[in-house]
Design a protein around this ligand. Sequence first.
Ligand SMILES: Cc1cc2nc3c(=O)[nH]c(=O)nc-3n(C[C@H](O)[C@H](O)[C@H](O)COP(=O)(O)O)c2cc1C
Length: 199
Amino acid sequence: MSINVLICFYSKTGNTYKLAKAIKEGCEEVPGVNVKLSKAKELASIEKIEKDPEWLEAYKEMQDIPDVTVQDVKDCNALIIGSPTRFGNMAAPLKEFLDRLGGVWMRGELINKVGACFTSSESEHEGKEATLLSMMLYLLAQGMIVVGLPQNTPGLGQYGSYYGATATFAPKDEDKVIARALGKRVAQLALQLSGDKND
Ligand SMILES: Cc1cc2nc3c(=O)[nH]c(=O)nc-3n(C[C@H](O)[C@H](O)[C@H](O)COP(=O)(O)O)c2cc1C
């Protein structure tokens, strides 16, 4: 038996993408777990992106990552969402996708599935946790079982958050350790909820 974990993120300059990859590695530590990395569709025009070399480079780096679909969400046993911190909230492309999940919500297709969040910001204290909480509102409204990181997670005192994985700009190695711990935790819990024990 295997389960599907969907990681859905938006990233403009690649920092949140790097966190997403570390979370994927953590999920993959758990046998029986398929992980799909997907991105929220870019809303900006290619003309605008081409005017910003940093944005263009990251855009090209991520172009092989498929845009997330509503079907991906229906097919998953766990959903992990990530966004850059934007004024203490998620970025518009991720919200645009989450706003398309009304049918999923009405049919209760995410109820009792495991959810978690991650974010990258520019500063240590300008909205990371608010952004994680803003994303959690969506998961809770969908009836998901939202998980963060317990206080005994190694390194949590300095990196990450109770509420999810974080980084200031690109993730440092310590942030990636926390991100992997989050991915592994979500995968293990999703597997346990699906009826398969794995320790
Ligand atoms: C419109 C906008 C708003 C932002 N607001 C914040 C903010 O409130 N706090 C913060 O620390 N960083 C803020 N940032 C910086 C990004 O969160 C940061 O650069 C992040 O690492 C970008 O992630 P990405 O490379 O995945 O796009 C903002 C960036 C933009 C473009």
